[in-house]
Design a protein around this ligand. Structure first.
Ligand code: ADP
Ligand code: MG
Length: 344
């Protein structure tokens, strides 16, 4: 039922007036085996098709499935657009070079060309996906702050959210941009989706590795947060070491086994600011902390603690668990395990 990417690119049409859109998916991932994500797809389609949201951010941990979800999404809504472009920002293009590329893409079928990108977004129905946005953010500081040479992006995205047009820009990132939080607060046409692990469908990943003891699968999925990439890696380990027996794997490991996950976890934690590092290490051996709690580290002020927690939430590392009126925040056991291992 799904058309392959090559089918898509061959469906180029000379004008956007007929129903097949002009598509550039060179930077997009291939449509591989994809397990439902029905509710996320429904939400995104609602935001785009019904609410006409102009700027959408999808953020979440590396490998959680953001790009694949978006790839699946555009497969389902492509007939609604005249133009569709996917651009990865992992090579850190300056804003002017990105704008040039977009301009060229739109201009191939739109003559005479229009003066600005916003003009194209207004004139046609365009869907632009900007993936790997976190590459434009500073490392070692609070989450979602642009690198010095990339601050203009903030203004560009603000224009996209504020100006009237009939298009949609989707940002994909490890971290929720700080400036997006401000835009949301101002109630502009912007929405944010925090993508989390797979629920019941995570079992399909374990099935694809032909693991056994399916009664133990929910436990394994819970341990690894339903994170598709982590589960794929752990499933390979279970095949290598335990001939696919989930029971054996769970019974032998006292702590949560990290193995090949370490470098992946490392690459995300090394982006934390000093302040966040100090706060997160306080989570090493406890379940959750409350905002009302005084910082255990006497060198931390209350406001430093709150900024750090806010930033860790924007990275998808800490999760708010509702406990009545009090804000309680929790670090998932995988990260606790990683910290214990690193700090021991
Ligand atoms: N819904 C899904 N169904 C099956 N596999 C998935 C799903 N989402 C993610 N994956 C697996 O996880 C890998 C990473 O997903 P990806 O979308 O590239 O993550 P991200 O963009 O968040 O870093 C994919 O290559 C795929 O193997
Ligand atoms: Mg991705």
């Amino acid at each position: 039922q799904h058309r392959s990417p090559s089918d898509l690119s061959s469906s180029h049409s000379p004008t956007p007036q007929d129903s097949s859109p002009i598509i550039d998916l060179t930077d997009a991932p291939d449509l591989t085996e994809f397990y439902s994500r029905t509710s996320e797809l429904t939400t995104l389609k609602q935001w785009i098709l019904q609410d006409h949201t102009r700027l959408i951010t999808i953020y979440g941990l590396s490998g959680i499935g953001k790009s694949l979800l978006t790839r699946q999404l555009i497969e389902q809504i492509k007939t609604e657009f005249d133009y569709m472009m996917w651009r990865s920002l992992s090579d850190r293009p300056t804003l002017s070079s990105l704008k040039n590329q977009l301009q060229q893409f739109f201009a191939q079928s739109q003559q005479p060309s229009l003066p600005t990108i916003i003009d194209y977004l207004r004139h046609s129905r365009c869907l632009v996906i900007l993936d790997d946005l976190h590459n434009l953010f500073k490392s070692g500081e609070l989450a979602g702050e642009y690198l010095t040479d990339y601050k203009e992006y903030r203004t560009f995205f603000r224009q996209i959210a504020k100006n009237h047009h009939q298009s949609c820009v989707i940002l994909i990132s490890w971290e929720k941009p700080r400036a997006i939080a401000t835009l949301e607060a101002e109630k502009h046409s912007t929405r944010t989706l925090h993508l989390k692990g797979l629920s019941a469908d995570a079992e399909k990943i374990l099935r694809s590795h032909q693991l056994t003891d399916s009664d133990k699968w929910p436990e394994l999925i819970n341990l690894y947060q339903g994170h598709p990439t982590w589960l794929n890696i752990i499933a390979s380990t279970i095949v290598e070491l335990f001939d696919g027996s989930v029971s054996l794997f769970l019974s032998y490991s006292e702590d949560i086994f990290l193995g090949d996950l370490e470098p992946i976890l490392e690459s995300q934690l090394e982006r934390l600011s000093d302040l966040e590092q100090r706060v997160i290490s306080g989570f090493r051996d406890r379940e959750a902390i409350a905002l009302s709690q005084k910082p255990t580290n006497p060198e931390l002020s209350q406001s430093e603690l709150w900024s750090a927690i806010q930033s860790l939430v924007r990275r998808g590392l800490l999760e708010k668990i509702s406990e009545g009126e009090r804000g309680m925040f929790q670090l998932h056991p995988i990260w606790q395990q990683y910290l214990k291992f690193k700090l021991s």
